[in-house]
Design a protein around this ligand. Structure first.
Ligand code: 3HC
Length: 689
């Protein structure tokens, strides 16, 4: 008996209970504890079978990710799986919660699997830049066939118990309360039947069928090329599943192990593991008490039914929270309600929601033309356009309308939250909730803490973010908060290089090669140049494009030309405008540099801005800045975010190259003090927290 594994004998069956809170990760201690209990059960003649079950909220949720990159303590997980699969007595896995990754692989090595009705199983390793390394790529195709296995493993999706049952991934589904007894009964029956232990490794039927279709793998890779672009893990998964079909079980396992080793050492997997922990760290605010008082959010008011207000509203409807949606005119209100309805109906058409669910969600909205309708809500989110005067007016009025003890939030993306808060007599109840467009899709929520915002309000906002499926990052007050401020220098450099004569297609390609889904100018065209509409003090290419009616993709022309399938091509008109604007502003052409230098010029200023945001205390930690970039601006997850990437490039190199860029292009490249200090010390952003 160890702290991680205990056993009790129940009528000839050993019930082994694993306990490693919070998610029963398969740490070295847990593996050793389980092995000891298995040895005991296998050598005890009075024991006929074994049930493995977990304490707490879930069955094993995977290998212990914190152990990756360190030497494995025996037994390794593949060894443990082999011991179980080859056991002389039936072993039954009794799963509840989420049996994920190595946890599900361990269950697959057992001879039988019982799951509760609410249980899920899955192999999410792909999200960590990995493949299942304990037999998952070999056993799953033996049960469900290569095609379904590829879907499950490359998506990393969680398979619900009923689907798992119909696929044969589990053998029985039982009510939560009956799990242990049902698994014990199953084990006893297996002993009574006296049949050979059912080993997944011996199942050949599916594999033999898949051998008839050798093109399956190339077809799957081609069909998913867009989704997999830039990522190493999906290709390795395809290779491992192919090995399951083409090789013997043991050879396939060896292939899987080699691919796992390759991936676990790769910069991509390091980056994705960093992101996994960074996402969870972001929710933690050090100066909040352990159990802070919270405002109970049962109803929300949203002011503004435009693109942002509508998207924000949908988040709450999806979580079952009612929303009072306020607009100034009936027309704007009807338009906003119509957009929300059409969004849901489109989801229903794709089969991801029923018609009844569409109606349930719409029924949660109370549309209104009167701010007075917000008197009793628990949280108000203002999402009108970015004008300080308008926001000050609204908050002043809200102060006289909304009940005391409710939270007043602004979705402002760059205005000074403290000035907005001062428009009320309760600035401690005012907070920024900055959503990213489209607000019902993007996972980032910047929670902006004003000078007076109370701890109760911050704690409530952080918790609420989780409830509506967002990742909250806490930001201090500054122009642009974290994500917009961080990425602004990338745009400034893209535009400067454009005027110096670098083709915009080159600039965009360097960004997409790095892993962004689209380049700077492609993104501008997608959002709409009139929407971005900055009040420029000098002549800009964007201003000229807007004046020429080239508003972006929606008009078939912006920086690029678009055909009816939205495919882009270079525009001679834009090239002409760029040359004109450069001449008018006295910008001299510079020779175009290679891709590496282009990338450095675009992204080092982002790293530098991140250093300033960190040093000013606007962000709590470097990893929060990475999360803001990834979830707010689609920074490629396999780069780990700008500051993680900078650490991988090496801070001394970045500082040296920035000094050279500063000599040529000026102040925008002056290394921030924190960046220089870390580089001088040989330290990293990762160590700066
Ligand atoms: N290893 C180490 N720590 C883990 C972990 C793991 N596999 N899974 C979760 N944790 C930690 C989290 O970091 C968090 O720590 P914190 O409280 O200090 O921040 C804590 O457990 C709770 O996690 P969540 O906040 O995510 O809890 P939720 O209830 O929201 O979600 C979960 C639970 C669905 C299990 C989610 O934690 C999850 O998806 N975990 C990762 C699952 C996974 O990726 N498994 C595969 C691992 S790789 C593997 O198995 C390789 C093998 O093939 C060889």
């Amino acid at each position: 008996m160890t702290q991680f594994a205990t056993s009790a004998t129940r009528e000839g069956v050993s019930l082994i209970t694993l306990d490693n809170p919070p998610v029963n990760a398969l740490s070295g201690g847990l593996r050793a504890g389980l092995q000891a209990e298995l040895d005991r059960a296998f050598s005890d003649p009075a024991i006929g079978a074994v049930v493995v079950i977990c304490a707490g909220r879930t069955f094993i949720a995977g290998a212990d990710i914190t152990e990756f990159g360190k030497p494995w303590q025996p037994p390794t997980l593949p060894e443990l799986c082999r011991i179980i699969e080859q056991a002389p007595k039936p072993v039954v896995a009794a799963t509840h919660g989420t049996a994920l990754g190595g946890g599900f692989e361990l269950a697959l090595a057992c001879h039988y699997r019982i799951a509760t009705e609410a249980a899920r199983v899955g192999l999410p390793e792909v999200h960590l830049g990995l493949l299942p390394g304990a037999g998952g790529t070999q056993r799953v195709p033996r049960i469900v066939g290569a095609e379904a296995a590829l879907d499950i493993i490359t998506s990393g999706r969680q398979v619900k118990a009923q689907e798992a049952l119909s696929l044969g991934l589990v053998d029985a589904v039982v009510p939560e309360a009956d799990l242990a007894e049902a698994a014990l009964a199953f084990a006893r029956q297996a002993v009574a039947d006296g049949e050979k232990c059912a080993r997944v490794r011996d199942r050949e039927e599916r594999i033999v069928a898949d051998r008839q279709n050798p093109d399956l793998f190339a077809q799957f890779a081609a069909a998913n090329a867009r989704r997999f672009k830039g990522f190493a893990a999906p290709g390795a998964i395809v290779e491992a599943v192919k090995a399951a079909v083409e090789l013997s079980f043991d050879e396939g396992l060896a292939r899987e192990a080699a691919l796992f080793e390759m991936l676990v050492e790769s910069p991509q997997s390091h980056a994705q593991r960093h992101v996994f922990f960074a996402e969870r760290e972001a929710g933690k605010v050090p100066d909040l008490p352990a159990d802070p008082p919270l405002v109970d959010i049962g109803s929300v008011g949203v002011i503004g039914a435009g693109t942002m207000g509508g998207g924000i509203t949908m988040n709450f409807l999806n979580a079952g929270i009612s929303v009072t949606l306020v607009e100034t005119t009936q027309e704007a209100l009807d338009r906003g309600m119509g957009v929300i309805r059409r969004n849901y109906e489109a989801t229903a058409r794709k089969g991801r929601m029923t018609d009844a669910q569409v109606e349930q969600r719409m029924a949660l909205i109370a549309p209104s033309l009167d701010l007075g309708a917000l008197a009793d809500v628990d949280l108000v989110i203002e999402a009108v356009y970015e004008s300080m005067d308008v926001k000050v007016d609204i908050f002043g009025r809200l102060d006289g309308i909304v009940r005391q003890g409710a939270i007043l939030a602004s979705n402002t993306s760059f205005l000074n939250l403290d000035r907005i808060a001062q428009a009320t007599r309760r600035p401690e109840w005012v907070v920024g909730l900055h959503f990213f467009s489209p607000a019902n899709v993007m996972r980032l929520l910047e929670v902006v803490r004003g000078a007076a915002t109370s701890k109760t309000v911050i704690a409530t906002a952080m918790k609420l973010a989780r409830r509506i499926g967002k990742v909250a990052v806490l930001s201090g007050v500054c122009d642009g908060f974290i994500a917009n401020r961080l990425l602004a220098p990338r745009g400034a450099q893209a535009e400067a290089m454009m005027l110096e004569g670098t083709p915009i297609a080159n600039i965009d390609r360097v960004l997409t090669d790095y892993g962004f889904a689209m380049g700077h100018f492609q993104m501008m065209d997608l959002v709409g140049l009139d929407v971005i509409g900055r009040d420029a003090t000098e002549r800009t290419v964007m201003g000229d494009l807007v004046a020429a009616g080239r508003l972006g993709q929606k008009r078939g022309a912006g920086y690029y030309e678009y055909d009816d399938k939205r495919r882009s091509s270079v525009s001679a008109i834009t090239e002409g405008l760029i040359a004109e604007v450069a001449a008018a502003r006295g910008v001299h052409a510079k020779p175009t540099t290679g891709d590496t230098a282009l990338l450095a010029r675009l992204l080092y200023p982002v790293v530098n801005e991140g250093a300033k945001i960190l040093e000013e205390g606007i962000a709590l930690r470097a990893s929060d800045i990475d999360i803001a970039a990834i979830l707010g601006y689609n920074w490629p997850v396999y780069r780990g975010g700008p500051l993680f990437w900078a650490d991988q490039v090496g801070l001394p190199r970045i500082v040296a190259e920035m000094r050279a860029l500063e000599a040529e292009h000026g102040e925008a490249f002056r290394p921030a003090p924190l960046l220089t200090r870390l580089a001088d010390k040989g330290a990293s952003f990762g160590q700066s927290a």
